[in-house]
Write a protein that binds this ligand. Structure first.
Ligand code: G6P
Length: 314
């Protein structure tokens, strides 16, 4: 096991799927081994103050980015932090909580890669980029069911925040090692979340598994569900792994088996011999249970990187 906690960053705009992905990864690693931190807790102003100042939660000036950076450094060296708490129900701050990092720390939020100092502390950086129409659907669902907003209020908020999204959130994509985009199949744009495809942009900033070999390995049927392409992302060459929404549980297990060959102790954490019905099953932020095999493959790839990093730290 590593000498220090392994830090995974998950960044993306509001309702891009950060919490759902974080939970799914924590489920694979074992919730007792994982600390999840949400950087919404580092907002500088509460909801009333933001409204008075006319500033959105997406603006860097509205967040204690310096304290996020300090805390990331403490967590990376295994030290505790006293973390503020932003309460999404009241729009105010609760008393801070004492957090001692576990073996794996997931830091999810809006502006996690916006300072160089913060970027340098993560072991793996993921950016979530669903198409804007899908993100709007997710945000409407979450904020009306869980945060007490009406649909009109959410739409208005999305429109009002668009300039900040463009200026401060989306540029952070360039700093990620993996860009994750769930998207509906073109012929069924109204497809339910359960059959979304996923596109994974793999930057050469971290050593990815050899997917060409994995797809072509004998005795697998992975090539009918996943495809690898060369492309460019924000001007830089990348590999793109496309996973079809119809991927099956068996294909997830095949991928799991092949990744376990490369990082043997992935097997200790994964479901190979364990309860197979948990594969790809995650409770989303709105409380619904999702079962998505492209999501399961995404979780597997990220977990693979975390464990590989942990082994390097040994
Ligand atoms: C969005 C973001 C949150 C942020 C919140 C603050 O919903 O997803 O990350 O904390 O805005 O705004 P609020 O709606 O709580 O005033």
């Amino acid at each position: 096991m590593p000498n220090r906690p392994i830090l995974l960053g998950i960044v993306g705009d509001s309702a891009a799927g950060k919490t759902t992905l974080s939970r799914g990864i924590a489920q694979i690693l074992g919730e007792d081994n994982v600390t999840i931190i949400c950087t919404d807790d580092y907002h500088r102003y509460d909801r009333t103050q933001r409204a008075e100042l006319g500033i959105s939660a997406l603006h860097p000036d509205c967040n204690y980015l310096d304290i996020i950076q300090q805390h990331l450094n403490l967590l990376r060296t295994g030290q505790p932090i006293l973390k503020p708490i932003y309460n999404h129900s009241t729009g105010k701050f609760d008393p801070p909580e004492y957090i001692k990092p576990r073996q794996f720390v997931i830091i999810e939020g809006l502006l996690g890669y916006s300072t160089r100092g913060a970027r340098d502390t993560y072991d793996i950086k993921v950016y979530l980029a669903p198409p804007e129409t899908l993100r709007a659907q997710w945000k409407i669902k979450r904020d009306t069911r869980k945060r007490g907003y009406t649909e009109e209020q959410v739409i208005k908020q999305l429109q009002g925040r668009e300039p900040d999204s463009e200026q401060f959130i989306r540029p952070q994509r360039q700093w990620s090692d993996i860009v994750v985009s769930f998207y509906p199949p073109q012929d069924h744009p109204e497809q339910s979340d359960l059959l979304l495809n996923v596109s994974l942009v793999l930057r050469p900033t971290i050593p990815h598994p050899d997917f060409t070999r994995i797809i072509n390995s004998e005795n697998t049927h992975l090539s009918s569900a996943i495809r690898l392409e060369l492309d460019r992302d924000m001007g830089k060459p990348v590999d793109v792994l496309e996973v079809d929404g119809h991927a099956t549980k068996e294909q997830v297990r095949e991928l799991e088996r092949l990744l376990c060959n490369e990082v043997p102790y992935l097997g200790q954490f994964c479901s190979l011999e364990a309860e197979h019905d948990v594969i790809g099953k995650v409770v989303g932020t709105t409380g619904e249970t999702l079962q998505s095999y492209p999501l399961a493959m995404t979780q597997l790839l990220i977990t693979y990187h975390m464990l590989k990093e942990a082994r390097i730290q040994q």
